[in-house]
Design a protein around this ligand. Structure first.
Ligand SMILES: C[S@@+](CC[C@H](N)C(=O)[O-])C[C@H]1O[C@@H](n2cnc3c(N)ncnc32)[C@H](O)[C@@H]1O
Length: 331
């Protein structure tokens, strides 16, 4: 179902009426490398349909971890920074001898940039199912392979726990927040940044039958079947409250798909979002549509050509929302 907001409700993202110089091909990302890293741990990974998947706790995360996907995650990171006006987080954290945790750190780019920006930070620990983080990092950054859904190891509490873009990964969100609560210092902060992957347009240009929207519906269906929802953004505030956090702040950001917005920053966000979307289509669907929805890989590929075509139609002013919730553990 298309979640449609009424035109009367007001347009918050004005449309650029002059896209005459826009060339659809300008969306091609240039990220074409299928090369994979040849570290010794590569043998622990799994391969399916030409993409590489994590080996530790095999199958619990249905998206690839190869270099192509790592490039996409780093591109997404640039988009997140644009969305937050250049910031890495919104919680009121100040420099100091803090201990910081980044749950599901991916390529570790957030942890590394945090440590660069706050050199006095004692330690930034990033954990992930995949050991795909670089070796040359600031001295206060540590990465470890860990399952954030398992019982967290006993350790000193953190001043700040951050987690971004883990929708589609986590089954038990209440437990994740409870474990985060138990390992946050009194007075410390947590910040969760997540999508609500339901598309809408403010001017009625997103219609039934749009293949991009269909793609997201199928992705949602697959992730719901896996009990790893991609609509968690809206729930974060309640989850933080239930876990016992106070001083809960919630901000919602609109993410356009494509260069159709008139305002420059939104246009830039839309452009990056489009490149990562086109680059990530196969990553999102190769395992989920086949092993969860029962499609053949050929069916997926045929469908993706329709999705790509509809994605580049700048007459459709599609968006979905990204939620940031930060909250404090009571003193
Ligand atoms: C979509 S990526 C986001 C990466 C990073 N947080 C970012 O924003 O760039 C999700 C990451 O979570 C990791 N992941 C998924 N399930 C996990 C789990 N149970 N424990 C730890 N990491 C997990 C995946 O391996 C992947 O690197």
């Amino acid at each position: 179902m298309v979640e449609q907001e009424s035109v009367e409700a007001g347009i918050t993202v004005p449309v650029d009426q002059d896209l005459s110089e826009f060339d659809e091909e300008s969306y091609s990302s240039g990220i074409e490398s299928y090369a994979t890293s040849l570290t010794s741990s590569v043998t622990a990974y799994n391969w399916q349909h030409g993409r590489r998947y994590h080996g530790y706790k095999e199958g619990s995360y249905k998206f690839p971890n190869d270099e192509r996907e790592q490039d996409r995650l780093d591109l997404f990171h640039c988009m997140f920074r644009l969305v937050l006006n250049g910031r890495l987080f919104l919680a009121p954290i100040e420099d100091g001898p803090l201990r910081v945790l980044d749950i599901g750190t991916g390529t570790g780019i957030w942890a590394i940039e945090f440590a660069d920006e706050f050199p006095a930070v004692h330690e930034v620990l990033g954990n992930d199912l995949s050991p795909i983080q670089p070796h040359w990092v600031p001295p206060n950054v540590v990465f470890e392979v860990d399952d954030a859904e398992a019982e967290w190891p006993d350790r000193q509490p953190f001043d700040f726990i951050h987690s971004r873009y883990m929708c589609g990964s986590i089954q038990d969100w209440p437990r994740l927040l409870q474990q985060a609560y138990s390992q946050t210092k009194p007075g410390g902060w947590v910040e969760f940044q997540e999508f609500h992957l339901v598309n809408y347009s403010e001017d009625g240009t997103l219609r039934e039958g749009n293949n991009v929207n269909r793609f997201y519906e199928l992705l949602r269906e697959a992730c719901d079947k896996l009990q790893r929802p991609v609509t968690i953004g809206k729930e974060l505030e309640g989850l933080a409250d239930d876990a016992g956090f106070v001083n809960i702040h919630h901000q919602k950001f609109q993410l356009p798909l494509g260069i159709w917005p008139r305002e420059r920053r939104m246009k830039e966000i839309g452009a990056v979002n489009m490149v990562q979307f086109l680059e990530g289509l196969e990553a999102f669907s190769a395992a989920t549509f086949t092993s969860v929805l029962g499609w053949s890989i050929e069916e997926v590929q045929v469908f993706l050509t329709l999705v790509r075509k509809d994605a580049k139609d700048s007459r459709v002013h599609m968006m979905h929302d990204f939620h940031v919730v930060y909250a404090q553990k009571p003193l």
